[in-house]
Design a protein around this ligand. Structure first.
Ligand code: 16G
Ligand code: MG
Length: 550
């Protein structure tokens, strides 16, 4: 550890000691728990980010302090790799080990071990860019992170209070600055100008759309949406709601994409304002998820989730690829998870290759990279479109032979500029949807008409140990506990268009049960019956079982 200042490191580590009774885990979306418990974790993540940067030859690593859609007292932190992608899986284990070292001595040993195992040249420079969302606990946690960065001698850049996708963008922009692969100006302004500039080109000559209502979940997305609103002006009239970023307790409360998706209803603050037929959308607490919705003629709530976004966007891209004369050169593929509504999978797979992968952005992202154009969305609103480097070259060099081909080619090129290809961004996805709606002259109702969702139900079962639940086939089947899958299969067979699966959550100590069926009461019944099976399997009985489980 030649160039690490061990005295400085241990002095600072002593300031951020780990509470002995806590265990941490770097899960699907990094560390996530009560903000009040995260001081030592943030310090150590600072150290780890520095080491990761050294390992990557001094390339800039990102650190985002957020707990996304979770309640305001929660907080969390995740690392971003040099191309703006999620941290490499092998390092997730280092993060977990580092966070659980009980004493400073143990921490130093773990650090020495990581340096050895990961073959890190400690004399390399370390560079880190970090940001946080609007959570009240964020400021103190960033201070702990900064101590960790200082302890490892990292050159640090504070990107302030911003969204998760902006941080991902910045990492890629910084690392590609002044190279042939430049991803754009490494500033928030640079990002919004790039995205909104592409949007303006995409909708030039289209009629102005009716106003769009954006629910900002009272979070950091408020600032991002406000920027987009300012830049676009009358090109896209936007009304922002749920923008109380400084009101204690407001974040994600009865608002935001997760509220809308899980409760399948309007944010209450919109119940008097949204008129039938008007479209609205919700961002989550760190603005990387997007869900649209509207009220039909009878005032019934209708949701346009990640699956509907994938269907809309993929159809448009396929159409433009054909119109550009690139059908034989550029293939489009879709990536979903088991939570994708069966009707969406049916709609998409009759048109395109569709792959199902395990839950979590990184799994979808990696699978989408295998397609020339990979469209990936989780039903909960996470997602984006990836254009492979070869596809980008093809678009740049293709010689269109007709004006129609040239127009379609330009649309595709502008899409590569509009879409955040490091990670899904609610704002970029929103502009993507708006651009497609403008081209198709679709209202929310027409978009919704692409296919009809199968009624579905998501239920959670609190269990003592979720690790006994193990899955295969992209989480669609259980291999453990033994015998349970056969019982589920037996139940599902009795329901028209029935489908159900059980998986352990990657973020909470619960097991999730998803079910769909031809009619809503039947989807509910199937979900509650499967939940009953899961509950019994974990030692529950008829007396303690939640009353809705059957
Ligand atoms: C995290 C994931 C999200 C996934 C969700 C599943 C990221 C950035 N976020 O929020 O993709 O859908 O976890 O949660 O990867 P669960 O495992 O608790 O069901
Ligand atoms: Mg989020």
């Amino acid at each position: 550890m030649a160039t690490l200042e061990l005295n400085l490191l241990s002095n600072l580590a002593n300031k951020h000691s780990k509470p002995p009774y806590l265990r941490f885990q770097y899960g699907t979306a990094g560390f996530r728990t009560l903000g009040a418990n995260l001081d030592s974790v943030l310090f150590r993540v600072g150290v780890l980010a520095g080491l990761r940067s050294k390992k990557q030859d001094g390339k800039t690593i990102g650190v985002m302090v957020t707990a996304s859609h979770n309640p305001e007292p929660d907080n969390g932190v995740k690392l971003v790799d040099p191309r703006g992608e999620m941290l490499e899986a092998a390092w997730e284990a280092h993060a977990t080990t580092l966070s659980n070292a009980d004493t400073t001595e143990e921490l130093l040993e773990v650090i020495a071990n990581i340096i050895q195992v990961a073959k890190i040249d400690i004399s390399k420079p370390a560079r880190v860019v970090y940001a946080r969302d609007t959570r009240p606990s964020g400021e103190a946690l960033v201070a702990s992170l900064e101590d960790g960065l200082r302890a490892v001698g990292a050159e640090a850049r504070n990107a302030g209070v911003t969204t998760t996708p902006v941080l991902h963008y910045l990492v890629r922009a910084i690392n590609t600055k002044s190279t042939t692969e430049s991803y754009g100006e490494d500033s928030e302004d640079g990002y919004y100008e790039k995205m909104c500039g592409a949007y303006k080109k995409l909708v030039a000559n289209r009629p102005l759309p009716p106003p769009l209502i954006v629910d900002c979940a009272n979070g950091v997305g408020t600032f991002a949406a406000d920027r987009v609103k300012d830049i676009l002006g009358s090109t896209l009239p936007i009304t922002l709601v749920n923008t109380a970023t400084t009101t204690v307790g407001a974040l994600n409360n009865a608002s935001g994409a997760d509220f809308v998706k899980t409760s399948q209803r309007l944010p209450p603050s919109l119940s008097d304002t949204l008129k039938p037929g008007e479209r609205a959308c919700s961002l989550d607490g760190d603005a990387d998820r997007l869900i649209y919705f509207y009220l039909d003629e009878s005032g019934t709530f209708k949701m346009l989730d990640g699956d509907k976004i994938a269907a809309l966007v993929a159809s448009f891209i396929v159409e433009q690829v054909k119109l550009a004369g690139l059908e034989n050169k550029v293939r489009v593929g879709i990536v979903q998870t088991a939570y994708a509504n069966g009707a969406s999978t049916k709609y998409l797979s009759s048109r395109l290759p569709v792959k199902c992968v395990a839950t979590g952005v990184k799994h979808l992202h990696h699978a989408a990279e295998h397609y020339p154009i990979g469209v990936y969305f989780e039903a909960n609103g996470h997602g984006t479109v990836l254009f492979s480097p070869e596809t980008v070259r093809t678009l740049e060099t293709h010689q269109p032979s007709t004006p129609a081909q040239s127009t379609a080619l330009n649309y595709l090129i502008n899409l590569t500029q509009l879409i955040n290809q490091t990670v899904g961004d609610a704002l970029s996805d929103m502009l993507l949807v708006e651009a497609v709606l403008a081209h198709k002259s679709y209202s929310a109702v027409e978009w919704d008409g692409l296919y009809s969702d199968l009624p579905n139900r998501l239920v959670k079962v609190v269990v003592a140990d979720r690790n006994i639940f193990q899955t295969q086939d992209a989480e669609r089947r259980l291999v453990s506990p033994p015998g349970l899958q056969a019982k589920i299969d037996e139940l599902v067979r009795r329901y028209d268009a029935g489908r159900s699966f059980v998986r352990p959550s990657g973020t909470e100590d619960v097991v999730r049960v998803y079910a769909e069926a031809m009619l809503k009461p039947l989807a509910d019944e199937l979900a509650f019956r499967v939940a009953g099976l899961v509950y019994d399997e974990t030692g529950g009985d008829a007396f303690t079982r939640p009353k809705e489980f059957l």
